[in-house]
Design a protein around this ligand. Structure first.
Ligand code: PGA
Length: 249
């Protein structure tokens, strides 16, 4: 079983042009590894500049969202085809902030993930429970349901082309990181579900990330767990010390 780890930074709606370029140039000088895949998911307006800065480095560029239609009258939206046409390999789908603030439904998340695959992109599909759901013992049920919706209509082969990010909502941006046991238990559940639906081989291939207050201090213990194949990193991906998250070993 050899899954290459993926560490994806999620800049969210941060950094104006000059700051993004300065930070990217700094990262270019410090992030250098073949041991893991590294990608920064940046605001659309920076995609082109970041691609230029990271060209020839080990750092990839991804987007944070896309529309499920290939083109059309959707003012303000960006399609998977457009991202693919710029050679952007990754796109975050269904981040909890999009689900909460932009009312993205499970159905929409599924449509977007399918459209990303159709366009040849790797969707990083986010799922995760709220604090209330965890406290009332519903974590596993919530995860099973979100996952089933997200990967509906996908094939066993598709499992190798997608990434699932387990992001407990209570851990995002709070500093309240899940323990390695909590994160591992849910990532293992996700892999079990994939195995039940698509077989052992697919389950061994799919990459499952943990996200929520990942930082240099906790990256190693989280990423060393057997079912955690890397991380989706928000706040810590905007700091110089992100380099330490990437070189966690
Ligand atoms: P955080 O965000 O690392 O700042 O908690 C993670 C995410 O939202 O993807």
């Amino acid at each position: 079983m050899s899954r290459k780890k993926l560490i994806a930074g999620n800049w969210k709606m941060n950094l104006c042009a000059k700051k993004a370029e300065d930070f990217a140039n700094e990262m270019k000088g410090t992030v250098n590894t073949d041991a893991v895949d590294v990608v920064f998911c940046v605001p659309y307006v920076h995609l082109s500049a970041m691609k230029g800065i990271f060209a020839g480095t080990k750092i990839g560029v991804g987007a944070q969202n896309m529309h499920y239609a290939a083109s059309g009258a959707y003012t303000g939206e960006i399609s998977g085809e457009m991202l693919a046409s710029m050679d952007i390999p990754y796109v975050i789908i269904g981040h909890s902030e999009r689900r909460e603030y932009f009312k993205e439904s499970d159905t929409e998340v599924n449509l977007k993930a399918l459209a990303a695959l159709e366009a040849g992109l790797t969707p990083i599909i986010c799922i995760g429970e709220t604090s209330k759901q965890r406290k009332s013992g519903r974590t596993f049920n919530v995860i099973r349901k979100q996952l089933a919706f997200a990967i509906d209509e996908m094939s066993a082969d598709d499992m190798a082309k997608i990434v699932i990010a387990y992001e407990p909502i209570w851990a995002i941006g709070t500093g309240d990181v899940a323990t390695k046991e909590q994160a591992e238990e849910v990532c293992a559940l996700i892999r079990e579900e994939v195995k039940a639906g698509h077989g052992q081989a697919a389950a061994e291939k799919i990459r499952i990330l943990y996200g929520g207050s990942v930082a240099p201090e906790n990256a190693k213990e989280l990423f060393s767990m057997p079912n955690i194949d890397g991380g989706l990193v928000g706040g810590a991906s905007l700091k110089a010390s992100f380099e330490k998250v990437v070189h966690f070993e």
